[in-house]
Design a protein around this ligand. Structure first.
Ligand SMILES: [Zn+2]
Length: 151
């Protein structure tokens, strides 16, 4: 976490960067939110601020989740809980949903927000576990249909 501590500021090239704890305010669609107690790095000379890559990922996840809440989408933790409800790996669940494994992983780690259509599908799967039978093995079903057509 202290990657920048005591480093020379890359902006003014004279200040020595110090870590501090600060609340970070954000605004989305007119709604204000604060991410409390974030470790940031500040140059005492030019006041430039830096965020460690690790902390930046956490902040991004938080922001995407906040935007999801405001947009009426499931959060990354809710998506993970739905997958766990079925006891499936990310790869298997992504395959069943017919999205790339990487894309699904990004829904869960907060890098990318899911579409409204994907969100609806996930909500249906959460509420009606039997609905999974309609989409599981869909590739086999498509293959069988294609075979029937060509016969
Ligand atoms: Zn500086």
């Amino acid at each position: 976490m202290n990657v920048y501590n005591k480093m020379l500021c890359s902006v003014c090239e004279s200040g020595q960067i110090e870590s501090c704890i600060q609340d970070l305010p954000f605004e989305y669609k007119g709604k204000k939110t604060v991410l409390p107690d974030q470790i940031i790095f500040k140059c005492p000379e030019c006041a430039e601020t830096f965020i460690s890559p690790e902390n930046e990922r956490n902040i991004d996840k938080y922001l995407i989740d906040e935007r999801r809440k405001i947009d009426g989408l499931l959060t990354s933790d809710e998506i993970k809980a739905i997958r766990k409800q079925y006891g499936m790996t990310q790869t298997a669940f992504a395959k069943m949903l017919r999205v790339a494994a990487k894309t699904f992983a990004r829904y869960e780690n907060g890098q990318v927000a899911q579409s409204y259509a994907m969100d609806n599908l996930l909500r249906i799967l959460r509420k009606f576990p039997d609905a999974i039978s309609a989409i599981s093995n869909i590739e086999t079903k498509i293959k069988n249909a294609a075979t029937a057509l060509s016969a």
